[in-house]
Design a protein around this ligand. Structure first.
Ligand SMILES: Nc1ncnc2c1ncn2[C@@H]1O[C@H](COP(=O)(O)OP(=O)(O)OP(=O)(O)O)[C@@H](O)[C@H]1O
Length: 360
């Protein structure tokens, strides 16, 4: 029988076979504090508490495809950082460079304060990673896959292995299915098992590439809860997603990619605030309200059954009360009046002029 992983990318990383498509077994003990070694010159910046930092990070594949183009990323320690972008926008390529799986064409990256890919051997033991699906052995049970991962980690005490494995299985909701062969697992179960392997040890950084891919809505909720828990324990989480609502629900910070370039990064609240909210008027007098709003330069009006909404343009402090008074003055029965907060999707569309067109 061929003992080959049933899923996952087994590309040889710079740090040795299998070093980053799974939570890297540690060749050296995991330090408890971030390294203070100097980042490479081009990635160097004033000492910062960024767990990931890139400067002009670029990847052009041999066929000429520019997958990542001059990326400057800063992931603050303690954040749950969402790396957001439609399919093909360069997220996985960036993560593969960060984890030392592929070398950049130009630019530089530091992870936990150390240059990648040069420091892959010292950095990866401090990182739990789940990239492009977990590399699992189909002929082993879920539990035995985890035992194997744990046994490959020289820092993991064999006497406490069973407890670590059971805790990890429990955290991802796989205790009941732990005795099944991994090849009988659904995609979602494989994804959970991969996450469990990334959670065997506490890590400073957890890197998850599309962690909810293949999960049903309940499974997605569970993984998001888990991500919040891990973050609350002090681990910085960097997760890629093409799901805007996922990022809004779990992330404190986000970066938005489009066609290999960084569109914007910041806290999720800041990003959503860049999206202008829509003015919403609830009224039975929809047609009249729309006329008044149009006369006051509210654009993109969308009339509904008992509401009309539109883009209010630049608002000064007095604009909203003035608009409301104008509606009332025109005999519109105003049952509700206010600005609805913009979403990340609005921000993305406003920033790129593109729809966030992704497969769900
Ligand atoms: N090994 C490769 N050789 C050539 N082109 C590649 C390679 N890997 C990725 N690309 C291309 O680089 C671009 C970015 O791909 P990447 O997988 O990084 O995007 P992504 O945002 O992760 O998308 P997805 O969510 O679909 O995985 C795409 O156009 C892709 O086709």
């Amino acid at each position: 029988m061929t003992q080959a992983p049933v899923t996952g990318d087994v590309t040889e990383p710079a740090g040795g076979p299998g070093a980053a498509s799974r939570p890297a077994p540690a060749p050296v003990p995991a330090p408890t504090a971030p390294s203070t070694s100097t980042p490479s010159a081009s990635a160097s910046a004033p000492a910062s508490d960024d767990v990931i930092r890139t400067r002009g990070l670029t990847k052009r594949f041999r066929g000429g495809q520019l997958a990542v183009d001059g990326l400057d990323l800063a992931v603050p320690r303690g954040s749950v950082f969402g790396f957001l972008g439609p399919n093909g926008s360069g997220k996985t390529t960036t993560i593969r460079m960060l984890m030392g799986l592929i070398a950049p064409t130009s630019g530089a990256a530091t992870v936990l304060g150390e240059s990648m890919p040069q420091s892959v051997a010292t950095v990866l033991p401090r990182v739990g990673a789940l990239i492009e699906g977990p590399a699992l052995y189909g002929f082993l049970t879920g539990r035995d896959n985890l035992v194997r991962f744990d046994a490959a980690d020289p820092t993991a005490d064999p006497r406490t292995r069973r407890r670590r494995v059971d805790t990890a299985l429990d955290r991802v909701g796989l205790s009941a299915a732990a005795g099944k062969k991994a090849r009988a697992y659904s995609l979602g179960m494989k994804q959970r098992l991969g996450l469990a392997s990334a959670l065997l040890q506490p890590r400073e950084l957890l890197v998850l590439d599309e962690p909810t891919n293949g999960l049903d809505p309940q499974g997605m909720r569970e993984i998001r809860t888990l991500v919040r828990e891990v973050a609350a324990e002090g681990t910085t989480v960097f997760l890629s997603s093409h799901l805007l609502d996922e990022i809004e629900q779990v992330c404190t910070h986000a970066a938005v990619m489009s066609r290999g370039r960084l569109v914007v990064q910041g806290t999720v609240a800041e990003l959503a605030a860049r999206a202008q909210g829509r003015l919403v008027v609830r009224t039975p007098d929809v047609a009249r309200a729309a006329e008044v709003l149009a006369a006051h330069r509210v654009t993109a009006l969308v009339p509904g059954e008992d509401r009309v909404d539109g883009e209010p343009g630049v608002l000064d402090e007095e604009a909203l009360p003035r608009l409301c008074a104008a509606l009332v003055g025109a005999g519109v029965r105003v049952h509700g009046f206010g600005l609805e907060r913009g979403t990340l999707e609005d921000a993305f569309v406003a920033l790129t002029g593109e729809g966030f067109d992704v497969a769900g």
